[in-house]
Design a binder for this molecule. Structure first.
Ligand code: ATP
Length: 221
């Protein structure tokens, strides 16, 4: 069965979520308080509705409770974002994801019961910073405050060595969980697997340990 979503706030972030969900065949109700946004999304979303999401009676009349997942993508107006989230909780929406503007906003959203809080500018900033500092780091995904997964391009220090030979787990306390090799992905590589040129290592571990490893890989690049 198709899942049904509501996206509130059709800025760049909310708008791109609407487009992607529709692309994936989902039903999407797109809401914004400005008419030009509704005109823009009228032919993209399943329904595009002009409404102020801080008005509880409007939310109820739209039958928001029956949707599987509501995404609150209001950015600058933190008060409207918090109020909307609070009312969605009160109405009994099953799953709420909210975009946070800063750490305080995130804290409040978590406290009032948002199921998921996303912080796209901050997260993308971190990912790009890792890539800028080290060309070998292709991508970076934060798992928790202290743990991440990174994609690192193998360099001369690594190429031609086996995983056991490099002793990465003992030396750095991190694990290679997969290797991307051309179009293949080797999940749970063997200790005896040899790292080849152009391999991309997917590494998991504590940030401090990953940073030590990144620096080591960088030094020999
Ligand atoms: P982005 O960076 O994603 O472009 P942003 O973080 O700058 O967006 P805003 O432009 O502040 O976010 O808000 C996104 C959208 O949310 C805007 O189109 C705005 O009209 C809409 N919006 C703001 N408040 C409400 C509200 N109370 N009800 C409905 N829509 C709202």
């Amino acid at each position: 069965m198709k899942k049904e979503f509501v996206v509130i706030g059709l800025g760049r972030f909310g708008g791109s979520i609407v487009r992607e969900l529709v692309e994936q065949g989902m039903e999407v109700m797109a809401i914004d308080k400005f008419e030009d946004k509704i005109d823009e999304f009228a032919n993209i979303a399943t329904h595009a509705v002009m409404a102020d999401s801080t008005d509880e009676s409007v939310l109820r009349s739209l039958g928001i409770r029956n949707f599987d997942h509501v995404i609150v993508a209001i950015g600058d107006d933190i008060q409207a974002s918090i109020l909307t989230t609070l009312m969605l909780k009160e109405i009994g929406v099953k799953k709420i994801t909210v975009k946070a503007q800063n750490d305080y906003h995130e804290k409040v959203l978590r406290r009032i019961g948002a199921d998921k809080v996303v912080h796209p500018e901050r997260d993308m900033g971190k990912r790009i910073a890792h890539n800028i500092v080290s060309n070998n780091v292709l991508d970076y995904l934060e798992l928790s405050d202290e743990h991440s997964i990174v994609e690192i391009v193998a360099n001369d220090l690594l190429i031609g060595n086996t995983i056991i030979g490099l002793d990465i787990r003992a030396q750095y306390g991190i694990n290679i969980v997969a290797i991307k090799r051309k179009d293949d992905i080797i999940v749970s590589p063997q200790a005896t697997d040899e790292i080849q040129a152009d391999d991309i290592l997917i590494v998991i571990g504590a940030d401090t340990d990953i940073n030590r490893f990144e620096k080591k890989v960088m030094q020999s690049s």
